[in-house]
Design a protein around this ligand. Structure first.
Ligand SMILES: Nc1ncnc2c1ncn2[C@@H]1O[C@H](COP(=O)(O)OP(=O)(O)OP(=O)(O)O)[C@@H](O)[C@H]1O
Ligand SMILES: [Mg+2]
Length: 405
């Protein structure tokens, strides 16, 4: 048995049509069977939103020598149910438009509308999980039928968050006291400024509230392209707020599906983060190795430089002693050998010194490289910390990060 939910509002433009389409799409994506009926005689909002699909369905019907009929054209006393023109939307939702022809739907017969709606719900109930009615704004007769207890199981009054809208709901509830009782009526505040959402206080006393839907630029942008901002693939703020609202409305009926969707989303959003974390760790290990190598090299060079300095000192000292001795005694063969040896040693010392100086220069260059590697490693470590805390964070944070990356 399907649950029939009527989306109503005291004032026009509150967001019934968009939220009806969004809820239906959300539940269908979770695997539920959903039928949406446009019962708005005044604006036919959903029918206009899905006009392309409605016209395509009409062509198919006419090909079968039938004129499909919408909510305000179907007359249960005259037509058989196979004239009901259910449109399959690309997202899998089944949709009954207000009308297939451009007729004045407000001129439809109210009793016919009532009995048609009752019949349609009876027929659809057998194979749908949820039936949504997109009602007309305000308190006129068509809206009253859709909201009535013998048509819908629950009514969601969509409203903006301002005193006039609050007064409008009070009026609606006073007019339909029995139909809009506490047990079957929800208030859904839509287009709320995000800062109000955090701290809103009930603006009606005895009322049940669903989790409010914030004002969201994505909704406006998508609507301009006749699309929904709902994104079940990558998620976004709007989708997360719809999850909350739907959980409040349907609770256990959808909890299993919502939880598995959320964990599937978290896993798929964590996957690229895991790859980045692994890459960063590998790069860090490589840099660590390079740093160690650079340190070893610089140590070896400084050792070599010390030895060569000592050699220079010894040679210089030896040469000085030899020349001093020369001034006191005459040269003989041994002296010549000594002097030759000293000169040779001095030359070797000089060469070692030159090599050592060049190595010292390279060592100082290595120190610079070492600094560069360290600062690079530090920035990689702080990026790694951020990624690891994002990975273990909430689905909201993951979705936000995914959208900004
Ligand atoms: N959460 C939201 N954030 C931003 N804009 C929104 C939001 N919800 C609805 N809107 C905007 O409000 C406008 C009216 O929406 P919609 O047509 O769904 O209202 P409605 O209640 O069905 O109106 P009507 O009473 O005329 O049938 C649209 O322009 C839509 O883009
Ligand atoms: Mg509408």
């Amino acid at each position: 048995m399907a649950k029939t939910i009527c989306m109503a509002s005291a004032k026009g433009g509150a967001g019934k049509t968009i939220l009806t389409a969004t809820f239906a799409s959300f539940l269908t994506a979770l695997g539920k069977k959903v039928i949406v009926i446009d019962t708005d005689a005044s604006t036919n909002g959903l029918t206009l939103m899905y006009l392309k699909e409605v016209l395509l369905t009409e062509e198919v019907f006419i090909g079968k020598s039938k004129q499909p009929l919408g909510t305000f054209e179907f007359d249960a006393t005259k037509h058989s149910p196979d004239y009901i023109g259910l449109v399959t939307l690309p997202n899998g939702v089944l949709f009954l438009p207000a009308a297939f022809r451009f007729t004045n739907t407000e001129a439809a017969n109210l009793e016919q509308f009532r009995s048609t709606l009752k019949n349609l719900i009876h027929i659809y109930s057998k194979y749908a999980d949820y039936i949504f009615l997109d009602a007309q704004a305000g308190s006129d007769n068509f809206a009253a039928v859709s909201m009535s207890r013998n048509i819908s199981d629950q009514v969601i009054i969509v409203s903006e968050y301002d005193p006039l809208s609050a007064a409008g709901i009070e009026r609606l509830k006073a007019l339909f006291r029995e139909d809009l009782n506490y047990g079957r009526t929800w208030i859904l505040l839509n287009k709320m400024l995000p800062d109000f959402v955090q701290s809103f206080s009930s603006f009606l006393e005895v009322a049940k509230y669903l989790s409010p839907v914030p004002w969201d630029a994505d909704v406006v942008r998508s609507y301009a392209k006749k699309k929904l901002a709902l994104d079940m693939e990558n998620g976004n703020d709007f989708t997360l707020s719809i999850v909350q609202t739907m959980r409040g409305l349907l609770g256990d009926e959808i909890e299993k599906e919502v939880s598995s969707w959320l964990s599937e989303k978290s896993a798929s959003l964590r996957e690229p983060i895991d790859i980045q974390i692994n890459d960063l760790k590998t790069n860090l290990e490589m840099l660590q190795k390079q740093k160690l190598e650079a340190q070893k090299l610089s140590y070896r060079k400084s050792m070599f430089s010390n030895i060569s300095n000592m050699a220079i000192v010894v040679v210089a000292f030896g040469t000085a002693v030899t020349f001093a001795t020369k001034f006191l005694t005459k040269f003989d063969t041994t002296e010549r050998v000594i002097v030759l040896g000293m000169v040779t040693t001095a030359l070797i010392g000089l060469i070692i010194s030159i090599i050592s100086k060049s190595l010292e220069f390279r060592a100082s260059k290595n120190e610079l490289d070492d600094e560069k590697i360290s600062s690079h490693m530090n920035s990689m470590i702080s990026r790694l910390d951020k990624l690891e805390s994002l990975r273990s964070g909430s689905i909201e944070a993951l979705i936000k990060a995914n959208r900004t990356s």
